[in-house]
Design a protein around this ligand. Structure first.
Ligand SMILES: [Zn+2]
Length: 276
């Protein structure tokens, strides 16, 4: 069951399965560790300390990993750092309090539900985290380096559904999210465009805010109303005319094409919100 723990180079010392949660105690299986500064391998153990990490839930319970981390003495004398702690990059990053796979899961939940909604779902899933934790992960989310962006899509993005909206920027050529701006404000987006002068085409909804931002920040870029928003507007009109006929499937396909997975759920919600 604890395959990841073993693959990360750890040995399980103990497992406690209680109604409240599961705790796995483990330590590094190797006799030596590699110094992160100079790269030399050391077997000279100095001391150890424990870290408590939250992992993905199992069996409807919270899972904690009590990790004993050993400190080693660097054998390289010129090494500036004499002592170093062993690392388990497959399991957890330095100083984190949750495993990489839990962070990845929380990030995805955050993309779909925002901080508040995500934290509420996590409570149901036996992962007690705060909205702030999810937001921190979202800020840290690996985004495509935005260097040679040519065609971008911009849209609203919900930190807290119905309360606080930011702006999501997608590279429409790769279908990946490239940036999240904390607020949906013209000046922030103008600044963003100024920092990304390679943008040639901006796909946006038909609101004035994004039109202004693109005109000010990327005056040479061509602005297009994206297919999804055009279709939505068209769909709304068509629906009014032909009550009962809707375009959800084609809209879904287009959205998937344009925004990749990350933006879809948001757009779906917006779509539903606009429908009601
Ligand atoms: Zn060293």
């Amino acid at each position: 069951m604890w395959e990841l723990v073993r693959r990360a180079g750890l040995r399980i010392l103990d497992q406690q399965i209680a109604p409240a949660g599961i705790t796995i105690t483990c330590e590094g299986a190797a006799k030596e560790a590699r110094c992160p500064v100079c790269g030399s391998v050391s077997r000279r153990r100095h001391s150890s300390y424990t870290r408590l990490l939250m992992d993905v839930p199992a069996d409807g319970r919270t899972v904690s990993i009590l990790l004993s981390v050993r400190r080693f003495r660097c054998v390289h004398r010129q090494g500036r750092r004499r002592l170093f702690a062993e690392r388990f990059p497959q399991l957890v990053r330095s100083y984190a309090r949750s495993t990489e796979r839990l962070d990845a899961l929380l990030t995805r939940i955050g993309v779909f539900l925002g901080g508040e909604g995500g934290a509420r779902l996590c409570e149901e899933l036996c992962v007690p985290v705060s909205p702030d934790t999810i937001l921190r992960l979202l800020y840290r989310m690996e985004l495509t380096p935005a260097g040679e962006l040519r065609v971008v899509g911009i849209d609203d993005w919900a930190w807290r559904k119905g309360h606080q909206y930011g702006t999501i920027v997608c590279d429409l050529e790769t279908g990946r999210t490239v940036d999240l701006l904390p607020e949906a404000r013209t000046e922030d987006l103008v600044q963003w465009f100024t920092a990304h002068p390679t943008v040639e085409v901006v796909s946006r909804d038909r609101s004035g805010l994004y039109a202004d931002a693109a005109a000010l920040g990327a005056p040479r870029a061509i602005q297009v109303a994206d297919r999804w928003h055009l279709l939505k507007n068209l769909g709304n009109v068509a629906e009014r005319v032909l009550a009962g006929i809707r375009l959800p499937r084609i809209v879904k396909l287009l959205k998937r094409q344009m925004y990749g997975r990350a933006g879809i759920e948001l757009l779906r919600k917006r779509f539903l919100a606009l429908q009601s």
